[in-house]
Design a protein around this ligand. Structure first.
Ligand SMILES: Nc1nc2c(c(=O)[nH]1)N[C@H]1C(S)=C(S)[C@@H](COP(=O)(O)O)O[C@H]1N2
Ligand SMILES: [Mo]
Length: 157
């Protein structure tokens, strides 16, 4: 009987909301996020520091988050921010296949870490795969603006 407990896993609950800033600002609750259709992405997270691992992530395609907020045609970048202030700025083309993942190789991220979501994209450097996504903002950057000037990429102590 004990052995049957994990055979059918309930849908991953998500407790934290994500603020989506497009044409308007919309806060999507954990249950709302969990209700959106999910897709899988197999991605190698690789960083200059030497970190490298490959997994299949399950999550919501990032542009689907903008269904209610609305996404301007002029959008050039997505700014993705974590609760810890970690912030990245991603070219929309690089974000094309990005998901806000909540499971890694079938296991809810929360079961193994102190965060429950992660911005994951095949064409994005590992250092920009934000853990614990709190906000996603669409920006239309002037060509003279350096996207990195909007970032806050720091090493955890
Ligand atoms: N919120 C947040 N996300 C983060 C970081 C961070 O410090 N804070 N570090 C980044 C860096 S530099 C890397 S290499 C990867 C490490 O992910 P891993 O722990 O799964 O190897 O997470 C990225 N995402
Ligand atoms: Mo890193």
């Amino acid at each position: 009987m004990h052995a049957q407990r994990h055979r059918s896993r309930p849908a991953t609950p998500l407790s934290e909301s994500i603020l989506v800033c497009g044409d308007s600002g919309v806060s999507l609750s954990g249950p709302e996020l969990r209700g959106l259709p999910a897709e899988d992405r197999t991605v190698t997270v690789a960083c200059a520091s030497g970190t490298r691992h490959t997994a299949t992530w399950t999550g919501i395609p990032v542009f689907d988050l903008f269904a209610d907020a609305g996404l301007d045609d002029e959008t050039t970048h997505l700014v993705v921010e974590s609760a810890d202030g970690y912030r990245v700025c991603i070219d929309v083309y690089a974000a094309f296949d990005a998901v806000v993942a909540y499971a890694r190789d079938g296991t809810p991220i929360r079961e193994e870490h102190d965060y429950e979501t992660r911005f994951i994209a095949p064409d994005v450097d590992g250092s920009r795969t934000v853990k614990g996504v709190r906000a996603v903002e669409a920006r239309a950057l002037d060509p003279a603006t350096d996207p990195e000037s909007l970032e806050d990429i720091f090493k955890k102590p």
